[in-house]
Design a protein around this ligand. Structure first.
Ligand code: GDP
Ligand code: MG
Length: 177
């Protein structure tokens, strides 16, 4: 569609999920605005950000939904996932608990999304090399079992952030549009 109001061919909804503190909001900020803030405030409820990217010469406007991982907001879950065609599932490679909790997130994703929903697993904060608790192999094995792509990022150093979102959006384009 091209009019005075929109300049994209497709508008898609992507949700970003994972434990609180893994870097979801910073990944979205880096991807959509090329920003990073060290003292990011906790997300309250839901925030949105959009970015239009080119896939196969189509303009795809990805509307990213970013929410707090806190249980107290979980009442929003079904509304949060409704209509999502992609999920960016994030954990922090320096936080074993955030990796362990992926099983919980997967069951929630399964409960609330359609089967065609595309997923990517993202291990964030790889700049903190000395503090790494989850190896690349360990995360990749988990992603393989659960039929997801795996990529490692640093929102801080701007490593692989664009690549992760773009890879998810092109999977969505190939499989569901
Ligand atoms: P969220 O709760 O998942 O949205 O996490 P935030 O995006 O708010 O990030 C939580 C904390 O981790 C903040 O202090 C960020 O500055 C920090 N953080 C996020 N991404 C990275 C990263 O790639 N590397 C490092 N070192 N810190 C990060
Ligand atoms: Mg947040």
């Amino acid at each position: 569609a091209k009019s005075g109001f929109v300049d994209y061919d497709y508008l898609i909804k992507v949700v970003v999920v994972g434990d609180s503190g893994v870097g979801k909001s910073q990944l979205v900020a880096r991807f959509t605005r090329n920003e990073f803030t060290t003292n990011s405030r906790q997300t309250i409820g839901v925030e949105f950000a959009t970015k239009t990217i080119d896939v196969n010469s189509k303009k795809i406007c990805a509307q990213m939904w970013d929410t707090a991982g806190e249980e107290r907001y979980r009442a929003l879950a079904s509304a949060y996932y409704r209509g999502a065609v992609g999920v960016l599932l994030v954990f922090d490679v320096t936080n074993a608990r955030s990796f362990k909790n992926l099983a919980h997130w997967l069951s929630e994703i399964k409960a609330y999304t359609v089967d065609t929903c595309q997923m990517i697993l993202v291990g964030n904060k790889i700049d903190l090399q000395g503090n790494r608790k989850i190896s690349n192999d360990q995360a990749r094995a988990f992603a393989d079992i659960n039929d997801m792509r795996y990529m490692e990022t640093s929102a801080l150093q701007c490593t692989n952030v664009e690549a992760s979102f773009t890879s998810l959006v092109s999977d969505i384009y190939q499989n569901t549009i």
